[in-house]
Ligand binder design. Structure first.
Ligand SMILES: [Zn+2]
Length: 508
């Protein structure tokens, strides 16, 4: 039995100015995707959905074809040539003949030539192989479209954020696929869009309404006839028709009423999300108020850092990694002992590298990338004077607990020390997901009074245990939680909270 297994992942922020060429699909090293045997080698043993799919197919003794393994960090719509190249790789493998297909997709991919990256790919595959069993694992942040549902037999989403069940989700999708192949089930999908444009900061599955929703999904999976129940938080910085929360249920059509059960359960889930809609909206305070709170928190921090969480410029959601408002506000407030995580500014790095370690430099930092998607066309860098403390190639190995052992690439990196602030300046956007982004350039983040981190979730397992407090700080960036700065034109209306008083239209 021949199985095609592939991975194509990108969470597209349609407001982001950060480009997404084919080379971006190599997790930061500029090498582009893996193809063929390289894809299989790279994903073997990986704790992601494709890793589990490979394990499941091997356990059955299948012949495995791996046309593609591609993942890029969130950024602007994928360049047309890159999207076409990756889809062609998968479609060519399917066209060559196979008995089953397993895909590890994100679910919120937009390309320059596709508003529905996954939906269009699945439609192409279905045209080539109308009857071949097809299962897809999706990210919890998928903006699931009717087209995706129409062209897959099985869709299963992650149930955790931070995502710690990618492997288990791939395992689940593969198990359902092989049950289908063996005639033990006949999957049918139910789908309901909740009409809620939820914010990422309120999608932590360990807390509040999102926890309740996911607990409910797990509970429904115990029901007879239900093979999977997935709640999707969606990705809100996506101006696409499918953006927002949704529920997909896989039921067994061999049971009487299987299709109705799938749809009824999906509607039940979407009704729940709608009923708790206010809980999925993060209400951000003005930056000046956050600075006041940070000052108070520092007064009782007992030597531990207060984290200024710069969530408007979250790299892993398409942020430019170069907004500078939070540092500017902290300096204006007279703070000292500030340590600033990766701030991308290749020009400033080049200037510091030319000056050399120990040299005093005056430079302009950050706010260099125009953000026309949110109407910020004329950015204003911050003028700073300080000493070059360190220069490095920006490569480090992650100590964990997430991405443990992975090599990270920040590009050529320099540390600017202004006396009151030590700033890690990088040549590539990089989210502070490990202490290594500081320790690799000689900084102990635990010794800071204030720690500025451009992140909203990935910093938590590593930096929260060190900190006295985490204060969310709103910078003007493309991952802001302030819907008012985004001009949505394609999102299907009505949707909460853009249309706060509308009733939920039932069904997709
Ligand atoms: Zn995600």
């Amino acid at each position: 039995m021949r199985v095609v297994i592939a991975r194509m992942q990108h969470e597209t922020n349609t407001f982001s100015p950060v480009p997404t060429p084919l080379a971006a699909f190599g997790t930061g090293n500029g090498a582009g995707p893996y193809y063929g045997r390289d894809a299989e080698r790279a994903m073997t043993g990986a704790r992601v959905a494709m890793g589990a799919m490979l394990d499941a197919a091997r356990a059955r003794g299948c012949a495995i074809v791996t046309p593609l393994a591609a993942m890029a960090y969130p950024s602007a719509p994928v360049q047309a040539a890159a999207y076409t190249r990756m889809c062609d790789a998968i479609c060519d493998a399917v066209a060559a003949g196979c008995d089953a297909i397993l895909l590890d997709l994100h679910g919120a991919m937009v390309a320059e030539n596709s508003d529905d990256g996954e939906g269009d790919l699945l439609e192409r595959i279905r045209a080539l192989a109308p009857d071949t069993p097809l299962a897809v694992a999706l990210d919890l942040h998928a903006n699931v479209s009717p087209k995706m549902v129409a062209h897959a037999d099985i869709l299963v989403g992650y149930k955790t954020y931070p995502h710690i069940d990618m492997y288990e989700t791939g395992e689940h999708a593969a198990r359902l696929l092989f049950d289908m192949v063996d005639g033990r089930s006949r999957p049918v999908l139910g789908y309901a869009h909740a009409r809620v444009l939820a914010q990422t900061l309120e999608m932590n599955t360990n807390r509040a309404a999102m926890k309740a929703a996911l607990d409910g999904a797990r509970w429904r999976e115990q029901d007879a006839g239900i093979l999977a129940c997935s709640v999707f938080g969606g990705f809100p910085q996506a101006d696409t028709a499918a953006a927002g929360m949704s529920v997909v249920v896989v039921a067994d059509a061999r049971r009487r009423g299987g299709a109705a059960l799938a749809q009824r359960t999906a509607d039940w889930g979407a009704d729940f999300l709608w009923s708790r809609r206010a809980a999925f909206i993060f209400h951000q305070e003005p930056l000046a108020d956050s600075i006041v709170r940070a000052r108070r928190a520092a007064a009782r921090a007992n030597g531990r850092p207060v984290i200024l969480m710069d969530h408007g410029d979250n790299v892993m959601s398409g942020g430019t990694c170069d907004t500078i408002d939070v540092l500017g506000a902290a300096l204006d407030a007279g703070f000292d002992g500030i340590v600033v995580g990766p701030t991308c500014d290749p020009q400033a790095v080049a200037q510091m590298a030319a000056a050399g370690i120990g040299a005093e430099v005056s430079l302009m930092l950050g706010n260099r990338t125009p953000m026309p998607g949110i109407g910020l066309d004329a950015p204003r860098p911050l003028a700073l004077t300080g000493r070059v403390r360190m220069l490095s190639d920006g490569t480090y190995t992650v100590r964990g607990p997430i991405f443990t052992g992975d090599t990270m690439y920040m590009g050529r990196t320099a540390v600017l020390d202004t006396g009151r602030a030590q700033i890690v300046v990088t040549s590539q956007p990089h989210e502070p997901l490990d202490l290594g982004c500081f320790t690799s350039v000689g900084i102990d983040p635990g010794a800071a009074r204030f720690l500025v981190l451009k992140s909203r979730m990935y910093f938590r397992p590593v930096f929260e245990p060190l900190a006295a407090a985490v204060v969310p700080c709103a910078s003007a960036g493309v991952t802001s939680s302030d819907n008012a700065i985004f001009r949505f034109s394609r999102v299907r209306r009505p949707i909460y909270p853009l249309d706060p008083f509308a009733a939920r239209a039932r069904r997709p």
